[in-house]
Design a protein around this ligand. Structure first.
Ligand code: SF4
Ligand SMILES: [Zn+2]
Length: 421
């Protein structure tokens, strides 16, 4: 299917009626003169086919030039050519600033094979509206080395302090992934034993955080799976359920997971202020279970306030959705992010929890907590007869141990996850 543009004889050259036409030339949908990107993406969803939006005769809402390659949208979803998209001022909705990310890269090689997650990542946006306090992303080069860029694209003054308040989208990523895959198909990728050539969405943002991100994600997953790639999706958002039709079509090529550090809704709310509650994330996996979609859990980062009963309760919830694997990692007190967690708990009047977190700043206390919690999660899972746990022992934690304990941790770290890829 493709778009056909028919010029309005009474209008300017850019006044064109946009129609979706199938292979036989039959009109399947009519969009009027100025369709929103969301309307076109919705049509792709309805017909289960992606329309390559480059060179389809679409025109820019701002300057009326034809869109021949890269594009984005304004805040209302009108299509913008690349020149307009990259010069238009960023927009604000409440405290959230939105803009366009002009990054050229499509797929990036990733070190996450060390966690047996993937070899490649695709980030559909820069910034993340969930604004989790422990998030390490703002301290990575993707954010930390781009102060001036974030300032110019979204008016960000302090990328770390304002984390959660800005998102720069990559609206034309599906088209670009399509093009990238033609040059470099999955057979030519560099893969590792632990990463297994999997592509993960997304490591630096939540790829289903809102509708605009979800639309990009759908297009990207469609392109990747059509090219034969394996895809892992990790999110905190129930928006992902809108794409179950796509995952069912992709079959074993897609596995989806949600991050559930704890089922203590109030604590999670304090630490992950804008993300949906843990129960809603569990329900995503429950729906995936019912739709026979591959699934995993990211039980990370678990809190020092959790005792054996809390862990048993969480693992029982996980057992109910029969995941292939539960990745587990205790919280890590490194860096400024951890202090933000403690402050957030205090601000929400969880004084006792804040103190328990704060105690982890003492290295010995942290090592003791992390080792104990890693073991507890594994023991409880063994007692219950599942789920399968894949532990992510921290590099520094391994470095703080010796002898048998250290060897065990190294073995855990080097494992390939128990998933069929
Ligand atoms: S959802 Fe993920 S990327 Fe977004 S703020 Fe939370 S941890 Fe960071
Ligand atoms: Zn334009």
């Amino acid at each position: 299917m493709h778009l056909e543009t028919e010029r309005d004889p009474d209008g300017g050259w850019y006044d064109r009626e946009i129609k979706l036409v199938d292979e036989d030339g039959a009109i399947r949908e009519e969009f009027g003169k100025d369709p929103l990107l969301g309307e076109l993406r919705e049509a792709e969803r309805r017909h289960g086919q992606r329309i390559n939006l480059w060179q389809q005769g679409l025109v820019c809402h701002e300057c009326s030039n034809q869109i021949n390659d890269r594009f984005s949208t304004d805040q209302d979803g009108h299509l913008l050519c690349w020149d307009c998209a990259t010069t238009v001022d960023h927009t604000e909705r409440g405290s959230l600033r939105m803009g366009v990310d002009t990054t050229k890269s499509v797929l990036s090689q990733s070190k996450l094979f060390k966690k047996s997650l993937c070899d490649y990542v695709v980030n559909v946006a820069t910034g993340c509206r969930h604004g989790c306090k422990f998030c390490y992303v703002p301290s990575t080069p993707a954010i930390d080395s781009r102060d001036e860029y974030l300032q110019s694209q979204a008016g960000v003054e302090d990328p770390q302090a304002e984390w959660g308040q800005y998102v720069l989208y990559r609206d034309d990523l599906p088209e670009r992934v399509h093009q990238g895959l033609q040059k470099r198909p999955p057979e030519t990728w560099e893969t590792t034993d632990r990463g297994r050539g999997i592509v993960m969405l997304s490591s630096g943002t939540d790829c289903y955080q809102d509708r605009r991100a979800a639309q990009i994600t759908r297009g990207v997953v469609d392109e990747l799976t059509s090219a034969g790639a394996s895809v892992r999706i990790l999110t905190r958002s129930p928006n992902i359920t809108r794409d179950f039709d796509l995952f069912q079509r992709a079959g074993d090529a897609v596995s989806i997971g949600t991050s559930i550090p704890s089922f203590d809704t109030a604590l999670v709310k304090a630490i992950e202020p804008n993300a949906p509650p843990p129960q809603a994330r569990w329900e995503v996996l429950d729906q995936a279970f019912r739709h026979d979609i591959r699934r995993f859990v990211s039980f990370s980062p678990t809190y020092p306030t959790m005792d054996r009963d809390d862990i048993r309760e969480a693992l029982n919830w996980f057992r109910a959705i029969d995941p292939e694997v539960v990745f587990h990692e205790p919280i890590n007190p490194r860096g400024m992010n951890f202090e933000l967690c403690v402050d957030a708990l205090r601000d929400a009047d969880f004084e006792a929890a804040a103190s328990t977190f704060e105690e982890l700043l003492d290295r010995e206390t942290w090592v003791e907590y992390a080792l104990e919690q890693i073991q507890m999660v594994r023991d409880v899972a063994a007692e219950l007869g599942g789920p399968t746990i894949h532990t992510w022992p921290d590099r520094e934690l391994i470095g703080s141990t010796s002898g048998e304990t250290r060897e065990r941790l190294v073995r855990m770290k080097n494992r390939v996850s128990d998933e069929e890829w």
